[in-house]
Design a protein around this ligand. Sequence first.
Ligand code: SAM
Length: 355
Amino acid sequence: MEKSLPSYGLLTQGEVLSWLTETDSARMETLWARADGVRRRYVGDAVHLRGLVEISNHCVRICGYCGISLHNRDVPRYRMESGEIWECARQAVRLGFGSIVLQAGEDYGLTRDFIAKLVRRIKEETPLAVTLSLGERPEEDLASWREAGADRYLLRFETSDATLYERIHPSLPGRPSDRFALLARLREMGYEIGSGVMVGIPGQSYDSLAQDILRFAELDLDMIGVGPFIPHPATPLGEACLPGAERVQVPATEDMTYRVLALTRLACPGANIPSTTALATLNREAGRELGLARGANVIMPNLTPAPFRALYEIYPGKACLSETVDQNAQGIGERLRALGRPPGRGPGNRGNSSA
Ligand code: SAM
């Protein structure tokens, strides 16, 4: 008797690999339609807007993929003042966004108290949900921020291939990097948890990418971000792909990213899934829209003040670099209207599909 394969959300294990390697472009339309239908049924038509504020580009890590790694001595460093971040939160409210995402390199100059005070003020004085994405901070920091009212934490595991991960994301001395363990702790602390991966990391195989998607379902993530790997010339991974001898390299393309996005929607039907800036960077005209049509239900307009935004160069040519906050927000509003997708109202928690 044939042994049935385990299923993950609305997918079987076998389906994941077969869709990642499908070569018939007409058949791909079936996947896009299925992902779009599941998105509509489970999370509705609303597109939740999360205002992204890149609050510091200091980082203690030496990730091989990232332009703000400690090793990049060419990038001028900044850390936003509390008042500047607060102004961004007010702007998010003014623009009608339901939540704000405070992201940074792993920067211990952003002290536990500084972040806790800021979070407390935003929670007390605005209706915004607060998401933090500040790297692998000690448990005491994460617990104190949760106590201050932070709702969500984003920490991509980047790849589930442990060898590849250690190569691109070296541990700090004496502190092994275990993002899966940290995600579990964050959940225990009561955060909504978000994670994700880059598509097309040099050395990433189809098998490992398929495992990443299954891992999303196993972790029962509330938010999942997937974007293409975009080489940064000032990083060790900035040159070319390093395919392993016997492995088949996943391409860091727009098409492959849509596949992962659509399969993620099928694996995790109720999750909040953004159409990422990295995707829009590969296709400025239609990347965001195609992401929304193939499974995504979240957009993260960039609220970082322009001078800082240019310095948060995790990869080159980031979409929306030249636009002002208002142009960016207005452009997104127009694009959503054209798609017939209403902007989400309220914080947009997982499972809240209200328009
Ligand atoms: N320090 C926090 C952390 O490591 O989770 C948050 C900031 S980190 C710069 C945010 C995300 O940027 C990473 O999780 C990674 O997936 C993405 N990223 C960094 N460099 C990238 C690149 N070259 N191409 C695509 N995405 C990249």
